[in-house]
Design a protein around this ligand. Structure first.
Ligand code: AMP
Length: 397
C-alpha cells in the first residue's frame, strides 16, 4: 500500500510516501512558509535529486495540491496518478484522554480532536487544517490519525497526576500527557527485538534527545511514565525550552522583569534551554563546541542537560524496578557520542559499561554497551513516519 504520511504544522508541512509492504520511503519533502511570502516546496524522490521550488502557498490546501503534483510529476514523481495513494496517515499532536490509539479519521474524530485544541493551541488546529485539506483533494482516500500522546494513556495515575487540586484534572484535564509517542513506540519495540525479548516482557527506557527531548519508560509494552507533561515544556532541558522549573520562579521573574504571562511563556518555550543558559545557540553542536573552547555557560548548559537525563533515567529504573535496555534516539541521541558517554557515566554503580569504539559510530543502529554490561544500551535511529505508515496500513487494511 502507498501511504502518504503528513506532519502538518501551522506554516509547514512535512510529507513522506511510504510503501507499507516493503517499508521503503519512495519520496519525501517539505512545504515551508505556508501563508507567507516566498513559500517553497522541497521534494526528493527515493533515488533522485532533491528539488526546491518557490511557489505561492496561501493555504495548506494549496500545499497539499503541490505535494500531489510533485508526487505525480511525469519525470520525477514516485506515482503515476493520485489514485495510487491508498491512505493518508496524519501525525496528530494532542489527543487528550479521548484517544489511546490511532483511529480512522471521520467527522466525529475531527470534532474530538478539535475539543483537544485548548491543550495544544499551536499544533492541533494546524493538524486539522491538514486533514481538511487532504479531505478536499482526496475525498475517497481513507485517513488515519496517529497521536503523539496516545501511547502514554497507559500511564498510571501516580505518574500522570499533578499535585494541583483534583478538580482541575476533572474539569479541565490538567495532567501529564506526554509526547513523541510514535518515536517512543517505534524505538521501544525495536529495542525489545534487539535484546531478544518479547515486547510484553521487556523494561525499556527510550531517551529521545533532539531539539525537543523526552524520555519514556516502557514496561511490558506500556508507557508507564514520560518526562513531558500537559505540554512539551515539562521535563528535560531542551533546545529552547526550559524544561522543569519551580512555578514560584515564574512569579518572581515576571515581577522583576515587569513582563506578563504571555511573554513569560515565550521565554520558557523559545528563549530558554540550551539557548538561554549558554547564550550561544539552541543547537547542541554549537553549545558543545563552545563548551570545548572553555565557554563556562555552554558547559553549564550541557551539564544541566546530562544531569537531568541521568536523573530521569534513574527515576524510571526505580519506577519499573529494573531495566533491560536503554535506547538513545533522535538528533542528539543518535549522533552525539559525548552526550551518551556523559549520561551513561552516571550509571557506573549499576554496572553499565559503554564500549568507546561502538559509541563512536554515528547515526546507525548499534549496541554501545560492552558484552559484560549489566544493562544493554543501544542507539536506535527513530522513524516516526514509518511508525505512522504502519499504523495507517494496519487500520485501513
Ligand atoms: P531533532 O530534533 O531530532 O532533529 O534533533 C536536533 C538536534 O540534534 C539539534 O540540537 C542538533 O544539534 C542535534 N544534533 C544533530 N547532529 C548532531 C551531532 N552530530 N552532534 C550533536 N548533536 C547533533
Amino acid at each position: 500500500m502507498n501511504i502518504l504520511v503528513i506532519n502538518c504544522g501551522s506554516s509547514s508541512l512535512k510529507f513522506q510516501l511510504i510503501d507499507s509492504n516493503t517499508e521503503e520511503c519512495k519520496a519525501s519533502g517539505l512545504c515551508e512558509r505556508i501563508g507567507m511570502d516566498e513559500s517553497c516546496i522541497t521534494y526528493k524522490p527515493a533515488n533522485g535529486e532533491k528539488e526546491k521550488k518557490v511557489s505561492p502557498m496561501p493555504d495548506h490546501k494549496e500545499a497539499i495540491r503541490l505535494v500531489i503534483e510533485a508526487l505525480t510529476n511525469e519525470k520525477t514523481g514516485a506515482l503515476k496518478s493520485l489514485s495510487e495513494i491508498d491512505a493518508v496517515g496524519h501525525r496528530l499532536v494532542h489527543g487528550g484522554e479521548k484517544f489511546n490509539k490511532s483511529v480512522i479519521i471521520n467527522d466525529e474524530v475531527i470534532k474530538a480532536v478539535e475539543e483537544c485544541n485548548d491543550l495544544a493551541p499551536l499544533h492541533n488546529p494546524a493538524n486539522i487544517i491538514g486533514i481538511n485539506a487532504c479531505k478536499a483533494l482526496m475525498p475517497n482516500v481513507p485517513m488515519v490519525g496517529v497521536f503523539d500522546t496516545a501511547i502514554h494513556q497507559t500511564m498510571p495515575a501516580k505518574a500522570y497526576l499533578y499535585g494541583t487540586p483534583y478538580e482541575y484534572y476533572e474539569k479541565y484535564g490538567v495532567r501529564k500527557y506526554g509526547f513523541h509517542g510514535s518515536s517512543h513506540s517505534f524505538v521501544s519495540k525495536r529495542a525489545a527485538e534487539l535484546v531478544g525479548k518479547s515486547y510484553e516482557d521487556c523494561k525499556t527506557i527510550v531517551c529521545h534527545l533532539g531539539n525537543g527531548s523526552s524520555i519514556c519508560a516502557v514496561e511490558n509494552g506500556k508507557s508507564v511514565d514520560t518526562s513531558m507533561g500537559l505540554t512539551p515544556l515539562e521535563g528535560l532541558l531542551m533546545g529552547t525550552r526550559s524544561g522543569d522549573i519551580d512555578a514560584g520562579a515564574l512569579e518572581y521573574i515576571m515581577k522583576k522583569e515587569n513582563i506578563d504571562f504571555k511573554e513569560m511563556m515565550t521565554i520558557l518555550n523559545k528563549k530558554s534551554g540550551f539557548l538561554g543558559v549558554s547564550g550561544v545557540s539552541s543547537d547542541c553542536r554549537d553549545v558543545e563546541s563552545a563548551a570545548a573552547d572553555g565557554n563556562e555557560r555552554a558547559k553549564a548548559a550541557m551539564d544541566v542537560f546530562f544531569y537531568r537525563v541521568a536523573k530521569t533515567v534513574g527515576g524510571y529504573i526505580a519506577a519499573m524496578n529494573g531495566v533491560d535496555v536503554i535506547a538513545f534516539t533522535a538528533g542528539i541521541g543518535e549522533n552525539d557520542k559525548h552526550t551518551r558517554e556523559e549520561i551513561m557515566k552516571y550509571f557506573g554503580y549499576m554496572g553499565i559499561k559503554i564500549d568507546a569504539e561502538k559509541n563512536s559510530l554515528r547515526g546507525e543502529e548499534v549496541m554501545i554497551s560492552t558484552p559484560d554490561s549489566k544493562v544493554k544500551v543501544y542507539v536506535i535511529p527513530t522513524n516516526e513516519e514509518l511508525k505512522i505508515a504502519r499504523e495507517t496500513a494496519a487500520l485501513v487494511k
